[in-house]
Ligand binder design. Structure first.
Ligand code: URA
Length: 196
């Protein structure tokens, strides 16, 4: 099926493919720049995201904004989505059958966006995208992979960093590596000419 952003959103809004639909207030479709070359993938909506229907707008989102700003990016320069689009109860990790049911939506988003780089935020996203149930994010973060021609970097989830601030230094290394790779791939705006 060939989707447009609009038809994909309509399909998602009516989705009953898994029991997470029963308690949702809103689906969290994802948002950002549809021309972006960098896609950030989180785990799933939390309480605030479920209420507002937007990704990463709670405390973890505020940290994510600061992380992006630290390398000169903002939400207008990337696209942000999640592995599952409806909030798991008590913010538990999504179950394998919930992930399976929801993955076609993320795949469709990747086909529409055609990112050059995907950043997996946290172990759940990294495990799903790299098809590795045993992946340890503490070991895998900061490593680059190629998945179907797309560069993939895994790093810590901002919620984890809120609980374990001592890991922020490693996340900062990952962000700098992201910025460097974007520069290398010509994905950043050239600096504005001075004095013209
Ligand atoms: N955590 C996530 O993984 N995604 C969100 O959208 C919010 C919090």
């Amino acid at each position: 099926m060939e989707w447009t952003w609009e038809s994909l959103r309509a399909q998602m809004e009516g989705c009953t493919r898994c029991p997470l639909c029963e308690r949702r207030q809103h689906i969290v479709f994802g948002e950002g720049n549809p021309q972006a070359k960098v896609l950030l993938v989180g785990e799933g909506p939390g309480e605030v995201e479920d209420k507002e229907g937007r990704p990463f707008v709670g405390p973890a989102g505020q940290l994510l904004d600061r992380m992006l700003a630290s390398i000169g990016l903002d939400r207008n320069g990337v696209y942000i989505a999640n592995i599952v689009k409806c909030r798991p109860p008590q913010n538990r990790v999504p179950l394998p059958q919930e992930v399976e049911a929801c993955l076609p939506f993320l795949r469709a988003q990747v086909r529409l966006l055609r990112p050059a780089i995907i950043v997996a935020l946290g172990g759940t996203a990294a495990k799903v995208i790299l098809h590795d149930e045993d992946l340890r994010i503490t070991r895998e973060r900061g490593r680059w992979h190629s998945v179907k021609g797309v560069e993939l970097l895994a790093t810590y989830h901002p919620s984890f960093l809120l609980r374990s601030p001592e890991r922020k230094r490693e996340a900062w290394e990952d962000l700098k590596a992201l910025r460097a790779r974007m520069e290398l791939m010509g994905l950043l705006e050239p600096p504005e000419a001075e004095g013209v």
